[in-house]
Design a protein. Structure first.
Ligand code: NDP
Ligand code: 2IT
Length: 449
């Protein structure tokens, strides 16, 4: 490790010792960019690393709201505006009880690199709250979103910061957030949020974009290594937005998705998952994945106990972790390898622990890293923003074909960077190197600000 890199890492470890997820994300980037620093001494002279790991702004705020029993509840809201180097701050909002500053900062940090890879003018941010949407009525969700926006509105804007969805935030929540923003501002500023419903300014194919994009990336990666998705067995963790549309695209390419999960457990359907049934349970009824067995009694359900999800015990060719961070541990990686996995595609952000990623790469498993492989969602958010600016709608096919081209470009950029820096086939390093270069150049060009 270079002296410069080591010195910065030590400093930020001391400053951020209570933020393990953030430090994990930083270490992962640092572990791959040594050859870049060697080739570009100007990056050290310009303090690129020190500036890159410090968020431009971290905002926390109180979110008070009244539940259906008339009781006052208080949650904590966050917005980490990490980097506006190459465009307005851009990134999702997560509503989940586990949300804290470490998780917000890791997500915001990764978003900078991901957004740079899309080739579109968007900076990096993340936000959210420790609010738990599970079991809340529609009315409670609306009141929470309105209160959240009562503070957030002063920090965002279509040229300033553009939030979107993430875990626990989908079209329903974005709708309530947008309604409140419009009410406060007294103006229709359509591009201030993305992931909107199509009837008031959303983009066709945004809902599908992250999952579809993940599979486009996987297709390209497999192609390079003389393989494809046809007839492959696929297991997908999660059963939310990313997981559902990754499954849809995988089926379209002739793969067979046999397992999906939620935080309570996973279902295994040897005949192939009935995706319409999953959509009905998750998108319409907002139910638990276990309910799948009510209509498909031949499927199996495995309850989750402890850290490792039972889904990674299932034999598969391709594993797509699409739920949450650190959901695929070293143990799970070992089981996947024993069972002959050929590729892992990260639909979620940082779903593999560092040990799991290292092990998979060591064993020759292809790893599609989150920053690149799940960038289709935010890329399509940027396409939503441009449609809003034009006051125009593209067709589904237009958006989907732009998305597909962006994913091909991202894959090629990762591959090229890995080849150039002597780590061919390591797309984790490729993604970090390609985006780091771009950001470092922009930082130098803009001076010390
Ligand atoms: P959703 O809220 O739609 O779905 C999340 C899914 O993951 C649910 O099945 C949920 O199960 C499961 N999950 C969430 N937290 C945990 C946990 N702690 N342990 C086990 N399972 C969990 O979210 P998305 O599909 O939008 O997001 C999934 C991942 O993809 C996240 O990492 C997100 O950051 C990432 N991502 C999302 C993008 C998007 O456009 N939406 C874009 C790029 C990345 P349960 O219902 O039981 O909680
Ligand atoms: O992690 C992510 O890239 C997202 N949740 C999507 C962000 C966005 O602005 O569309």
């Amino acid at each position: 490790m270079s002296e410069y890199l080591n010195k910065v890492l030590l400093e930020i470890e001391q400053k951020n010792s209570t933020e393990p997820e953030f430090m994990q994300a930083v270490r992962e980037v640092f572990a791959t960019i040594l050859p870049v620093l060697k080739a570009h001494p100007e990056y050290e002279q310009n303090a690129i690393l020190e500036r890159m790991v410090e968020p431009e702004r971290v905002i926390t705020f109180r979110v008070p709201w009244v539940d259906d029993n008339g009781k006052i509840q208080v949650n904590r809201g966050y917005r980490v505006q990490f980097s506006s180097l190459i465009g307005p701050y851009k990134g999702g909002l997560r509503f989940h009880p586990s949300v804290n500053q470490s998780i917000m900062k890791f997500l915001g940090f990764e978003q900078i690199f991901k957004n740079a890879l899309t080739g579109l003018p968007i900076g990096g941010a993340k936000g959210g709250s420790d609010f738990d949407p599970k079991g809340k009525s529609d009315n409670e969700i609306m009141h929470f979103c309105q209160s959240f926006m009562n503070e957030l509105y002063r920090h965002i804007g279509q040229d300033v910061d553009v939030p979107a969805g993430d875990i626990g935030v989908g079209a329903r929540e974005v709708g309530y957030l947008f309604g409140q923003y419009k009410k406060i501002r007294g103006a229709y500023e359509g591009g201030v949020l993305t992931g909107k419903d199509i009837v008031y300014g959303g983009s066709l194919a945004r809902k599908e974009a992250t999952g579809y994009g993940l599979v486009y990336f996987m297709r390209e990666m497999l192609k390079t290594h003389g393989n494809n998705l046809s007839d492959k067995t696929v297991t997908i963790s999660g059963s939310g937005n990313v997981a559902i549309y990754a499954a849809e695209k995988a089926f379209q390419y002739g793969a067979k998705v046999v397992a999906m999960s939620d935080s309570n457990g996973c279902i295994y359907d040897e005949a192939g998952i009935d995706l319409d049934l999953i959509k009905q349970i998750k998108e319409v009824q907002r139910g638990r994945i276990k309910e799948y067995l009510n209509s498909r009694p031949n499927a199996q359900y495995f309850e989750r106990f402890g850290e490792d999800s039972p889904i990674w015990q299932i034999k598969t060719d391709i594993a797509l972790p699409c739920a949450t961070q650190n959901e695929l541990t070293l143990n799970s990686a070992k089981t996947l390898v024993e069972n002959g996995v050929i590729a892992v595609g990260e639909g979620a952000n940082m779903p593999c622990t560092q040990e799991a990623t290292n092990y998979l790469l060591e064993k020759g498993v292809l790893v599609a890293p989150a920053k690149a492989a799940n960038a289709g969602g935010v890329a399509t958010s940027a396409i939503e923003m441009s449609q809003n600016s034009m006051r125009y709608y593209y067709t589904f096919v237009e958006v989907d074909s732009k998305l597909e081209q962006i994913m091909v470009n991202i894959y090629n950029a990762c591959r090229k960077a890995a080849d150039e820096y002597g780590c061919s086939g390591n797309y984790v390093a490729g993604a970090n190197i390609a985006s780091f270069h771009k950001l470092a150049k922009a930082m130098i060009a803009q001076g010390v600000v």
